[in-house]
Write a protein that binds this ligand. Structure first.
Ligand SMILES: C[S@@+](CC[C@H](N)C(=O)[O-])C[C@H]1O[C@@H](n2cnc3c(N)ncnc32)[C@H](O)[C@@H]1O
Length: 374
């Protein structure tokens, strides 16, 4: 009798552990499938093709990754869902579609899933979940990776009800409206930008000798601002655009009484930009190559200012930040630039560029912020 009871309790324990493992915690978002016509537009706007590895975080019945490999020729698809029922459905749908060799479905929490090999990530979650996921997307995805979200953006604060202009947060690169079977859907599209903040230098040989260029950039997600100086004469840059690793900007200045416009474009690869400049007006009009190198900076350390202390550490090749012993969940490092939300309730956004042992930047885009390395 005692041994029967022991076997009974052993079985109860095994079932309890199996149930817990099967579904670690309740889903953050309920299951609602994306209509097939919206799936098609999501994959079309991301230009999914044969080089792509597509992840759907919260994959439901697997329709997005199945369509990515079957209809758009993606190399691989990975669907992640916390609900075992959804994973069963996804595997069955993949078998029916004949694509089991190119798709994989993982029953796990999307926040715990490594997504480093994704070139495209699709989402149909909720605004708050997208915002929570945002630093992970920046940490793990390579510049140029695309993200598409059905119906929900990545803004902390929008301009107004129904507006797509982010006052705080990550403004989408594109927004589409798609007619579904019952309503109009919205598709948001972003490209992970390269980290370009910092000071870039190069020189150009001219008949009048060598000219020194210094480009100083600040960055907020894909938005880039800054100045360029030629032989010490500084002017603001205009039309700056950063799409993945492709950077372009222009500057217009008066040179010897002539208006000269320089349109720069280049590809960012770590601390190097390689590109061409088109010069209009002046005696050097024409097209030339430029190669810029960024000044090396060290973000790691303890940074102190009147209102607080931020510690930046390197962990497994990634930069992580702490206020005291609490990790800063919404922290980004873009080249020499950092951006973080100190406290969501107080809605304080800190951004700045590291220059030697100093960070110079702003709080909420207006108040000046200066921190020193301790
Ligand atoms: C709105 S449905 C979207 C399904 C699918 N992506 C689509 O567009 O058709 C959201 C899915 O996310 C899953 N989900 C919610 N929280 C999750 C989490 N933390 N980790 C993994 N999956 C999650 C749910 O089980 C659900 O299937």
């Amino acid at each position: 009798m005692r041994s029967l009871r022991a076997i009974y309790w052993l079985l109860v324990c095994i079932f309890a552990v199996a149930a817990l493992t099967a579904q670690q915690r309740p889903p953050d978002v309920p299951y609602v499938p994306t209509p097939h016509e919206v799936v098609r537009e999501m994959l079309r706007v991301a230009q999914v093709g044969k080089e792509d590895v597509v992840y759907d975080l919260g994959c439901g019945d697997g329709r997005i990754v199945i369509a990515a490999v079957k209809d758009f020729g993606a190399k691989r698809g990975v669907g992640v869902d916390i609900d075992p029922e959804r994973i069963r459905e996804s595997n069955e749908n993949a078998r029916n579609a004949g694509v089991t060799d190119r798709v994989k479905f993982l029953q796990q929490d999307l926040f715990e899933t490594e997504i480093r090999d994704a070139t495209v990530v699709t989402l149909y979650l909720l605004p708050s979940i997208n915002v929570r996921l945002r630093p992970k997307l920046f940490r793990e995805l390579r510049p140029g990776s695309r993200i598409v979200s059905h119906d929900f953006d990545m803004c902390d604060e929008c301009e107004g009800e129904g507006s797509e202009t982010c006052i705080k947060g990550w403004h989408p690169d594109k927004v589409l409206r798609v007619r579904g079977p019952y309503r109009e859907h919205t598709v948001y599209y972003w490209v992970i930008p390269a980290g370009v903040a910092g000071t870039w230098r190069w020189s150009v040989q001219t008949p009048r000798g060598e000219r020194q260029y210094v480009l100083t950039l600040r960055q907020r997600f894909q938005k880039v601002m800054g100045t360029i100086s030629v032989d010490g004469r500084e002017s603001p840059i205009a039309d700056a655009r950063l799409v993945g690793t492709q950077l372009s900007f222009s500057t217009t200045r008066d040179m010897g009484g002539q208006k000269v416009t320089m349109r720069f474009s280049g590809r960012v690869n770590g601390d190097t930009i390689t590109g061409t400049v088109e010069i209009q007006g002046g005696q050097f009009a024409g097209k030339r190559d430029w190669v810029a190198k960024r000044d090396k900076v060290n973000l790691v350390g303890t940074w102190q200012w009147k209102g607080g202390t931020l510690r930046i550490e390197q962990r497994k090749g990634e930069l992580v930040a702490y206020i005291g012993n609490t990790p800063v969940s919404d922290f980004y490092a873009w080249g020499s630039g950092i951006y973080f939300t100190l406290d969501r309730a107080r809605e304080e956004v800190y951004e700045g560029v590291v220059d030697g042992d100093q960070i110079v930047g702003t709080i909420n885009g207006t108040a000046r912020w200066e921190a020193q390395r301790k």
